[in-house]
Design a protein around this ligand. Structure first.
Ligand SMILES: *Cc1c(COP(=O)(O)O)cnc(C)c1O
Length: 382
């Protein structure tokens, strides 16, 4: 499709790689980094990000679903692909045909994959899986009391092999909470090893753990069991530190832009937008932008958010509409139709981040980035 509507997101491969290398440095040579590119690479575009990272030597890519993984396999023939939310009924053959590595935690996963492996004639241990332990998040993962039963599906001659023991922390920014989860994970790993599993990787931690460098305990655990630590990083790859913590010079890889498509002057007392929630208290100059909530611009920004025009902040005037937004440019001289407008990104030294938007809308940078709509073309700029 040819995109002619003036709204787009620019993706910097250069910044993505800059971030990836920072994270690799933090992980160190002993740990295996998984570049998490689920949810269309957090809204940055799966294909461009995957090709860029794999081209730079990323060995492991993490996605949510078998569906995403199959698509990814289409342009990443070599990288290992971790399917982090497991496999759903009927997806067993696709896992094997796509050479995917599923996370498993349920006996139903094991049964389904064993059947698919039998259909495809896989030999013992040919299908590597990562077993997730529920160390306290209660989202997915095998609960402690069921670890032994789950392992029965991995006995001698099974086509399934435990390549990693994995867990996910619910509050990586709170040392106390993670400590408790670590204790449970340690116990589960010991149980698994006693049960005959030989995990090559112990997989735990996300961007926060890596940026906080709170990974010492995991390193010790891995050493004790002759395994390697695996860390799964998403948000930091795209240039953001979760919870706005220390960022080590990460740079946001996405900029979201539109243009001024129309201008008008309104008199004092005139209103703008649905519900007439903006009322001019002086002669006011308004600029119309080709972006709305159908593009993922949060309606909660109505009368609260701002954009950059000519290097200055222009406040939103009235409600964000489905496809359009109006901003007040009275204070910014010379604004003209066609001017580039920044929703997220930098302009003439000024900047607006996904964190800024998230603060105004009561959410997190993750959601702001993922919300950028599919109809907004992602343009690779460098
Ligand atoms: C999304 C996700 C990650 C990455 O988290 P970030 O905070 O974006 O680094 C890691 N592990 C799992 C299981 C995830 O779902």
């Amino acid at each position: 499709m040819t995109h002619t509507r003036p709204v787009w997101a620019e993706i910097s491969r250069h910044k993505l790689l800059h971030n990836y290398r920072i994270l690799q440095g933090l992980a160190g040579p002993d740990a295996q980094l998984v570049a998490v590119i689920k949810a269309d690479a957090y809204g940055h575009g799966l294909e461009a990000c995957a090709r860029t990272l794999a081209g730079d030597g990323a060995q492991w890519l993490g996605v949510t679903s078998v569906e995403e993984a199959v698509r990814l396999r289409g342009f990443c023939p070599k990288a290992r692909i971790l399917v982090m939310s497991g496999a759903w009924q009927g997806e067993g053959d696709a896992v094997i045909d796509g050479r995917l590595t599923p996370v498993v935690w349920d006996r139903a996963h094991v049964a389904m994959l064993r059947e698919a492996a039998a259909r495809r004639g896989l030999g013992p241990g040919a299908l590597a899986v990562h077993v997730e332990i529920d160390s306290g998040m209660s989202r997915q993962g095998v609960q402690m009391e069921n670890v032994a039963a789950l392992l029965e599906g991995f006995g001698a001659g099974s086509p399934l092999r435990v390549e990693a023991a994995m867990t996910h922390f619910h509050s990586p920014d709170q040392a106390g909470a993670t400590g408790e989860q670590m204790r449970r994970f340690c116990a589960a790993v010991e149980l698994m090893i006693r049960g005959g599993a030989r995990p090559e990787f112990l997989s735990a931690g996300s961007s926060t753990d890596l940026l906080d460098q709170s990974t010492g305990e995991m390193t010790d655990l891995a050493k004790r069991h002759g395994a390697r630590r695996m860390v799964r990083c998403g948000l930091a790859l795209y240039g953001y530190a979760p919870q706005g913590g220390r960022d080590f010079g990460l740079r946001p890889a996405l900029s979201w832009k539109t243009r001024v498509v129309s201008l008008r002057e309104i008199g004092e007392g005139a209103v703008a937008g649905y519900g007439a929630t903006f009322r001019a208290n002086r002669p006011t100059r308004l600029a119309l932008l080709a972006v709305g909530y159908a593009d993922g611009l949060n309606r909660g920004l109505s009368n609260r958010g701002s954009v950059l025009v000519r290097g200055q902040r222009a406040p939103m005037a009235g409600r964000v509409s489905m496809d359009q937004t109006v901003v007040d440019v009275t204070e910014i001289p010379g604004v003209a139709v066609g001017d580039e407008v920044v929703l997220i990104g930098e302009q003439d030294g000024a900047s607006l981040t996904a964190d800024d938007v998230a603060r105004l809308t009561g959410t997190i940078a993750y959601e702001v980035l993922c919300a950028i709509g599919a109809r907004v073309p992602r343009v690779v700029v460098d």
